[in-house]
Design a protein around this ligand. Sequence first.
Ligand SMILES: NC(=O)c1ccc[n+]([C@@H]2O[C@H](COP(=O)([O-])OP(=O)(O)OC[C@H]3O[C@@H](n4cnc5c(N)ncnc54)[C@H](O)[C@@H]3O)[C@@H](O)[C@H]2O)c1
Length: 300
Amino acid sequence: MKNVIVTGAAGFLGSTLIKKLLENGAKVAAVDVGFDNGTLPDQENLTKISMQLTDAEGLAGAIPEGEYDAFYHFAWRGVNGPEKADPDIQSENIRLTLACAKAAKMLNCPRLLIAGTVAERAVESLLKLEKTTGGMMYAAAKNAAHQMAETYCKYIGQPFIWMQFANIYGPGNHTGNLVSYTLDQLGKNEEAQYGPAEQPYDFIFVDDLIEAVYRLGDAAWDRTGYYIGSGDPRQLKDYLRTIGAIKRKENLIGIGKRPDDGVTYQVEMFDITPLVKTIGNYVKTSFEEGVVRTIRENKA
Ligand SMILES: NC(=O)c1ccc[n+]([C@@H]2O[C@H](COP(=O)([O-])OP(=O)(O)OC[C@H]3O[C@@H](n4cnc5c(N)ncnc54)[C@H](O)[C@@H]3O)[C@@H](O)[C@H]2O)c1
């Protein structure tokens, strides 16, 4: 890839991908509301475009002229925190995903890659739930964005893939997901509390995820969606106990201390066979190694 567009460029994953693209000689047009958080220092081949994405025309007009090989759409408001539950913010994210598809078409970009999440699959538990958590609004919006982007891209003839990410962890990730929550609690010597944690689950180390995302940029796609996971899904409580053992604080892993949220994942959801067929083996980091690195690099 020589020339690439990335939205959500100052975020955790967008900035990590951009560093990899630049290391590999690509030129990047990076779009985000701002870059003051310092995740992306100024450097050659990187054009930072500070703008609020609002529509396709505005975005296409702000991208420097040129031929682009790939367009990664990572911008999304409310990936974490209270905005996850906000219906207006999450609906706006869906609209902006479609605006990016339209902009990719206007820019004649031959490949559009959009960030999804395995949490989309949580909506499959909706019918049996009497009550949901606020975070489910994010999952539902991603699911809707997925269906609408797939429909719209097929309608306008925009080649695209939806990348469904596993749960991600690594240095610098303070999303409050189960790894970052557990490490934070144990760091404070406080108990981390969970439901029964019996469901199958999948965590991937951020560098492995970004390797897959990078390779997908110019791979020969044979489908419109890929799940990007570790290839080693486990029962959730096994992951949690592993973190407790690494920190030597097994007594602070409070499994069963909260009610079950009723969301279940099936182990088949975590199948990486189609992805490995397309891009080769991309996973290098075991969960144990990844947690040790996360602890070490977060301290540094
Ligand atoms: N981090 C995870 O664990 C995880 C897991 C699965 C999927 N994802 C998906 O990956 C993508 C990136 O996630 P992340 O962790 O890097 O999130 P992040 O919150 O760190 O980054 C998102 C970025 O998008 C930008 N943004 C939001 N709305 C914008 C707008 N209208 N105009 C311009 N910029 C805008 C934000 O400023 C932010 O920098 C998201 O789509 C997210 O849903 C993340």
